[in-house]
Design a protein around this ligand. Structure first.
Ligand SMILES: NC(=O)c1ccc[n+]([C@@H]2O[C@H](COP(=O)([O-])OP(=O)(O)OC[C@H]3O[C@@H](n4cnc5c(N)ncnc54)[C@H](OP(=O)(O)O)[C@@H]3O)[C@@H](O)[C@H]2O)c1
Length: 274
């Protein structure tokens, strides 16, 4: 279903304190949506809310760890009390980390899965029944090209994004005809604090050349919502690699290993990166 106008819509953006979520929240507010900004850092959220309000928009900050189901349910109640029923949910909060699987602690794998995948499950579970009952709603899942294209040293992240891609594709089929539209967003490499200085320094030149700005991604997301699309890959030519992986798996393995980050890239724990 096409999202014809954002005016007056109640939107939630998780991970709105930084990067892609911050820019998406600003864009949604510019379009007239009333935006609930969700993340853990209250000060960073207050800065985004102030930027929205300075431009005449409406925003409210909701401090919440998306990996905590009870906290998510309390946050949804707070958003709905302040702004009304959630009409557009952007599941964007996420963490990463680069290291071989043997060097991942199970607790860190669980932490990545809890934020990147279960966080989206908790938020979606909390708002979807209302959307279905009203016969209208939009669910946006900010996954990654890593949800279609596995690469070495990113096992926890890739697995969490494959899970999110799977969930969003199943939901988009299950919800067909319900009035609730599902959009999967697959960014390539986007310039945000997701990549700390160390990760940037180690990033292969080819990946750095492909780096895009979050504003371009946000525009592509809004266009995809307006057109009623189910998936947007940004930049779009990266989607060709999905077909290459399926049709030429040996070539895909060779190319991916060649382009992958060095083995010791960004070896800190995911908790260090959040
Ligand atoms: N940048 C890229 O190249 C790229 C590519 C593909 C996909 N993505 C995906 O895009 C999404 C946004 O990433 P980004 O690049 O914008 O990174 P970012 O600048 O590091 O932003 C991550 C956001 O997630 C929030 N977050 C992290 N853990 C959280 C938790 N437990 N509860 C609530 N919020 C949490 C952070 O806020 P707090 O720290 O305040 O909680 C922050 O607002 C992620 O899902 C990421 O996987 C990014």
């Amino acid at each position: 279903m096409r999202l014809d106008s954002l005016a007056g819509r109640v939107a939630v953006v998780t991970g709105a304190s930084s990067g892609i979520g911050r820019v998406l929240a600003l864009r949604l507010a510019e379009g007239g949506a009333r935006v609930a900004l969700v993340a853990r850092r209250a000060e960073a959220l207050a800065e985004v809310a102030a930027a929205i309000e300075a431009r005449g928009g409406v925003a409210c900050s909701v401090v919440c760890d998306v990996g905590d189901r009870a906290a998510v349910e309390a946050a949804v109640a707070r958003v709905e009390a302040k702004l009304g029923p959630v009409e557009l949910l952007v599941n964007n909060a996420g963490v990463g980390g680069h290291r071989p699987f043997l060097r991942w602690d199970v607790a860190d794998v669980e932490a990545v899965m809890r934020v990147n995948y279960l966080g989206a499950v908790y938020w979606t579970k909390a708002v979807l029944p209302g959307m279905v009952a009203r016969g209208e709603g939009w669910l946006v899942f900010v996954a990654s090209v890593a949800g279609h294209l596995p690469s070495p040293d990113e096992s926890a992240y890739v697995a969490s994004k494959f899970a999110m891609v799977g969930l969003s594709e199943v939901l988009s089929m299950e919800l067909e005809g319900s009035g609730v539209h599902v959009l999967q967003v697959c960014p390539g490499v986007i310039r945000t604090p997701f990549f700390d200085a160390e990760a940037l320094a180690r990033m292969p030149a080819a990946a750095r050349r492909q780096m895009r700005e979050p504003e371009g991604l946000a525009d592509a997301v809004l266009r995809a919502l307006a057109r009623g699309r189910h998936r947007v890959t940004y930049p779009a030519p990266l989607a060709a690699a999905y077909a290459i992986r399926q049709l030429l798996p040996r070539f895909f393995r060779w190319g991916t290993k060649k382009a992958a980050l060095p083995k010791d890239a960004g070896a800190g724990s995911p908790a260090d990166r959040t």
